[in-house]
Design a protein around this ligand. Structure first.
Ligand code: ADP
Length: 361
């Protein structure tokens, strides 16, 4: 399948290059023929003395000036075509119907900053399928208490990311309900929900723009607030070392930053928003020990006074959490602290031993 598609693609690109070159070559030939014609006609007239040599050479010069832009236009034709194709794709995307809409009269989430009473997440018999009845989450039931730190672990494909997508309402549950501080996520406006539940993904997206706008991300924080967030997240020293400090331009996807620096910037972006609930998809990238220490230290500070849900890939980094939820094929297989789960000697204990063995090798 891939080979077929690939060969089709190569053939199409070949054809594009062929036609593209044919157009430029044809235009060039037309240009030559036209000049030859002008020389021939002009030559005879010069011989008849009805034209001067100067007028003829000026004419040729002007004719070339006319052809040059025409030729360039032909060369740009392919770029214009691919531009049109891109516009078509964007239109397709924009015309997709929206499945997820805000409630007509959205309910508000509590406004206080009290992490002892706020930040509760509750899944009640949650079923979810991306398509048809191919369920990837099967009757999930759990409650995360205000301020609790919970890790979700499980093999790839167990449904960890799907839980997060449902909590942020990127998808709608097929059955069951998810509540945040007692309010169903379907009844809250999406804007409010995304402020309340902060998400840090593995590879946080960095935009082409300066450092400060990458932290503020469209909100009107002043420089002092941005600096405080950067300081708290151990990234201010790095930013101040950049050529233009907070005004330094970052390339799209942050290609001019290391994985650790990107992660710390993503932390600062969350810290400034101060969400009640923080979801963190732990990065799997291997970082040097120095950066790892900076990240663990920043993370500890980021998690204070809020509920945290951490999707953990390396079990060695989650010893500090209050509870671990072990997911297997869309079901909650085990739940408890590291010690409790090790004593249970089930799925978690197996996963843990496997990872420890992997590290020892
Ligand atoms: P995990 O994060 O634990 O690796 P996921 O929640 O990403 O697991 O995936 C759970 C299951 O859902 C997997 O079988 C995966 O193939 C499927 N899945 C994930 N995303 C999609 C999607 N956008 N469309 C269809 N199936 C998906």
């Amino acid at each position: 399948m891939f080979r077929e598609n690939n060969q089709h693609y190569v053939r199409q690109v070949d054809r594009t290059i062929f036609f593209d070159s044919a157009v430029s070559a044809t235009l060039e030939w037309i240009g030559f023929i036209a000049i030859a014609g002008v020389l021939w006609l002009g030559g005879t007239r010069i011989l008849n003395q009805s034209l001067t040599f100067g007028t003829l050479s000026t004419f040729i010069l002007f004719a070339q000036r006319l052809f040059f832009p025409l030729q360039q236009l032909a060369e740009k034709f392919t770029s214009i075509q691919s531009g049109f194709t891109a516009v078509e794709r964007i239109n397709d995307l924009l015309s997709q119907p929206l499945d997820i809409r805000d409630a007509k009269v959205p309910q508000s989430l509590p406004q206080s900053n009290d992490s002892r009473t706020l930040g509760e997440v509750s899944f009640k018999d949650v079923w979810f399928a991306y398509k048809g009845d191919d369920y990837v989450l099967k009757g999930l039931d759990f409650t995360i208490r205000p301020g609790e730190k919970v890790a979700i672990v499980g093999p790839t494909g167990a449904g960890k990311s799907s839980i997060i997508r449902l909590l942020c309402r990127l998808y709608e549950t097929t059955r069951g309900s998810i509540t945040v501080d007692g309010v169903d996520v379907k009844d809250v406006s999406q804007n409010e929900l995304r402020r309340y539940v902060g998400v840090i993904l593995q590879d946080g997206f960095l935009f082409a723009g300066d450092v400060k706008s990458n932290i503020a991300l469209g909100e009107s924080y002043d420089l002092a607030q941005i600096q405080t967030a950067a300081e708290q997240m151990n990234v201010s020293a790095f930013i101040e070392d950049l050529p233009q400090g907070y005004d330094t331009l970052l390339r799209e996807r942050g290609t001019n930053l290391s994985a650790g620096q990107k992660q710390l910037l993503a932390f600062a972006r969350s810290a400034i928003r101060n969400p009640r609930i923080l979801v963190l998809d732990e990065a799997t990238a291997n970082l040097d020990v120095g950066t790892e220490v900076l990240i663990q230290d920043a993370l500890e500070r980021l998690l204070v006074n809020r509920t945290a849900i951490i999707i953990a890939h390396r079990l060695s980094t989650i010893r500090y959490v209050d509870r671990i939820l072990v997911l297997r094929q869309g079901e909650l297989a085990e739940s408890g602290s590291h010690e409790e789960l090790m004593d249970l000697n089930g799925v978690y204990a197996n996963l843990y031993r496997l990872q420890m063995m992997g590290q020892a090798l």
